[in-house]
Design a protein around this ligand. Structure first.
Ligand SMILES: NC(=O)c1ccc[n+]([C@@H]2O[C@H](COP(=O)([O-])OP(=O)(O)OC[C@H]3O[C@@H](n4cnc5c(N)ncnc54)[C@H](OP(=O)(O)O)[C@@H]3O)[C@@H](O)[C@H]2O)c1
Length: 298
């Protein structure tokens, strides 16, 4: 990680590619608002957009990128393989690239370790699992369509399974997981670090109707520093060594979330935020046909 201000920081992946420390999230960003959000984010300095086939807005994200006038090669774009596409990885990336209107993405993630049947979203394939999916994703490297491949929502148990499988020739470059002070996942973060897998923190503000905005520890740190709770949360994540992808479709909030240079949190403030007594995830796995989280970072 370069030793600069948060918005200038970048994490070097195993491929040597440099991934910015802050990007714009787009889950639940409506088709009618996400192009403007992306364009605005790029105009105030963001150089990283996180999207997914499942968000249904890749086309509009691509429009925002083009409307910004920022050269493609200056922007980091992450998208994700949707669960019902696990048996159709080659088609999945082609669909995303077509939607985005791009020739390649910087990072292609397996969205969830769950191969859902497209004909019945309540069912998992019996004859296919995430190791099969990863075998197919590895074939994308070298096609020019993806610069890096990675996973998302993998706990230690599933990462172990994947990394120990003989068919795993390419280590995931990134594991994108839920990370905020109510779900700091220290064991999983340490595991990824030990294995050389970079971590992206999603729902880094606590997601929609964030429970964190009532947290007294966070609010008092924000007040004493004269910063918004969101700015504090983004600093906390970046200081911990992961990149953050706050979602907003509001121009002022997009700008404010990027206005995080020129100050820092003390070690004591970092520790207080890392040790909040309340621990819970805001994104569960109960909507999936199989369990993917097994508790305690597993
Ligand atoms: N891999 C996965 O499975 C996965 C799962 C979840 C999320 N993600 C990615 O991570 C991104 C971020 O996570 P998230 O969308 O769950 O939640 P988040 O970024 O933690 O929070 C987004 C919420 O905070 C609001 N917000 C943003 N900035 C604010 C500010 N300065 N003041 C007040 N409210 C603010 C947004 O509303 P407004 O838009 O109205 O500002 C929205 O309701 C997603 O968009 C997606 O790209 C990935």
């Amino acid at each position: 990680m370069s030793d600069t201000e948060p918005t200038k920081k970048a994490y070097t992946l195993a491929s040597g590619d440099k991934m910015p420390a802050i990007g714009l999230g787009t889950w639940q960003s409506g088709k009618n608002e996400v192009s403007e959000a992306v364009k605005h984010a790029l105009s105030v300095g963001y150089r990283y957009i996180d999207t997914a086939l499942a968000y249904g807005n890749e086309h509009e994200v691509g429009e925002g990128i083009r409307a910004s006038g920022v050269p493609r090669e200056q922007i980091w774009v992450t998208t994700k393989l949707d669960n019902p596409w696990h048996k159709r990885v080659a088609e999945g990336i082609d669909a995303s690239l077509k939607n985005l209107g791009l020739e390649y993405v910087d990072l292609y993630l397996m969205h969830w370790p769950c191969s859902t049947r497209p004909d019945d979203l309540k069912k998992h394939y019996d004859d296919w699992n995430f190791i099969d999916t990863w075998r197919e994703m590895q074939k994308l490297v070298g096609t020019g369509k993806v610069r890096n491949i990675g996973v998302s929502n993998f706990g230690i148990r599933n990462l172990e399974k994947l990394l120990n499988d003989p068919s795993c020739k390419i280590k995931p470059a990134v594991n994108q997981i839920e990370l905020h002070p109510n779900n700091p996942s220290p064991k999983l973060v340490a595991y990824c670090k030990e294995k050389g897998i970079h971590v992206t923190g999603y729902s880094c503000l606590g997601s929609t109707n964030s429970p964190l905005y009532k947290d007294k520890t966070l609010l008092s740190i924000a007040e004493s520093k004269g910063k918004t709770p969101q700015q504090i949360l983004l600093h906390w994540g970046i200081r911990n060594g992961w990149d953050v992808i706050p979602k907003s479709v509001n121009k002022d909030r997009i700008s404010g979330n990027f206005d995080i240079d020129g100050w820092s949190l003390t070690e004591d403030e970092m520790q207080k935020l890392s040790n909040l007594p309340d621990r819970f995830k805001v994104c569960g796995d109960d909507w999936l046909p199989i369990k993917v989280f097994f508790g305690d970072d597993e």
